[in-house]
Design a protein around this ligand. Structure first.
Ligand SMILES: C[S@@+](CC[C@H](N)C(=O)[O-])C[C@H]1O[C@@H](n2cnc3c(N)ncnc32)[C@H](O)[C@@H]1O
Length: 261
């Protein structure tokens, strides 16, 4: 009897330890296969200015217009504030931007607020009725497929009715059927944050490699080894990193590819 009590005690302590240290344990078990790099390696606009011997600050190119959404607002599928700032800064130097996955339009709005007057942003997304028609591929993770549907709930966006809406073109279409042939070699920045299932990430990424221009950057959201809903993103990026230089941006869930690296 005493052994059973002891075993139960050890087991409950182990479970408690796991839940208290879940993030650290997952990080140890699920190591990133992509090389982690600092933000300065993404682009020189992120190099900092020395203010004093113990203080460095952002260059003017990385001072952006940003906003936060209160968690009470319960918007799904957003980037973190740090990730938003990175995408906002890149938008300042991008004239032609493409986004896979609009959702609430938070990132689209931030990209429109920061890009120059004549820039264009195209974002592709699904209406609820279109998402209902999506079929799960054999290779697709169940949770990612469920999220794909639960995140396809908006037909109006945070930028709707704002001054910058004129820069934005939203395409309501399953990105797997999207014909990229009209958009080859055009984009300075592509943000891949649409469906997180293997079939969609693969299709969006393969199209993006054809759509970025000579100096273009592709950024993926949700490279988080160990996170169930990001499993297919991690799997696909790990696979292609054998042949393509894809990097993981430290302290973020972003990974990126630069055409000119
Ligand atoms: C994670 S949310 C995007 C979040 C948004 N990029 C942001 O930063 O606020 C995913 C979006 O991708 C869209 N999506 C999922 N699968 C898609 C597909 N096959 N084609 C087009 N859009 C898709 C969903 O409708 C949803 O709007």
């Amino acid at each position: 009897m005493i052994y059973i009590v002891l075993a139960l005690l050890i087991l409950s302590n182990l479970i408690l330890f796991y839940f208290l240290n879940k993030k650290k344990i997952k990080k140890k078990i699920f190591k990133s296969k992509l090389k982690p790099v600092s933000i300065e390696e993404l682009h020189e606009i992120f190099k900092t200015n020395e203010i004093s011997n113990n203080l460095r600050g952002p260059k003017k190119e990385a001072i952006v217009k940003n906003f936060c959404i209160s968690p009470d607002n319960q918007i799904t599928g957003m980037t973190s504030d740090y990730e938003s700032w990175i995408l906002a800064s890149l938008s300042k130097i991008s004239n032609n931007i493409f986004e896979f996955g609009t959702c609430s339009g938070k990132t689209t709005y931030i990209m429109a607020l920061n890009s120059n007057e004549n820039s264009k942003i195209t974002s592709i997304t699904l209406k609820p009725a279109q998402a209902d028609k999506m079929l799960k591929d054999q290779k697709d993770n169940k949770i990612s497929f469920r999220n794909l549907k639960s995140e396809s709930i908006y037909e109006k966006f945070l930028f709707s009715g704002t001054e910058v809406e004129k820069k934005i073109n939203v395409i309501f279409e399953n990105s797997i059927n999207f014909d990229e042939s009209e958009y080859l070699n055009q984009f300075d920045l592509i943000f891949i944050d649409g469906g997180h299932t293997y079939s969609v990430v693969k299709s969006d990424s393969e199209k993006s490699f054809k759509m970025i221009n000579r100096k273009g950057i592709i950024v993926w959201h949700d490279y988080v080894p160990g996170k169930e809903s990001a499993k297919d993103v991690v799997k696909y990026l790990n696979e292609i990193s054998e042949n393509k230089k894809i990097y993981h941006l430290k302290n973020t869930s972003l990974s990126f590819y630069k055409n000119y690296y």
